[in-house]
Write a protein of this length. Structure first.
Length: 85
């Protein structure tokens, strides 16, 4: 299991476009990716659930990656977040 925290820097937070892109990256990575905020967690491949978390600029999320490809998957997710959110 790999886990890291990330603080959202995008002015509008996780909205439709980046949520869709994040879900796509999570699906392609081959591991289970979970996003947690304030004790609530969702599978990162579930677009509507991800958007429903209401993650805004300045919020810190915890990303957990579990599976055979967790090293590469965690790196891919972290790179996506840094570049887009």
């Amino acid at each position: 299991m790999k886990q890291f925290n990330y603080t959202i820097k995008d002015a509008v937070g996780i909205h439709a476009r980046p949520a869709g892109q994040l879900a796509k990256v999570a699906k392609e990575c081959g591991s289970t990716v979970t996003i947690e905020k304030d004790g609530k967690s969702v599978n990162a491949t579930k677009l509507m659930m991800l958007m429903g978390m209401g993650i805004k600029c300045g919020d810190t999320i915890t990303v957990t990656v579990e599976g055979e490809t967790e090293e590469a998957a965690a790196k891919a997710i972290e790179e996506f977040l840094t570049a887009n959110l």
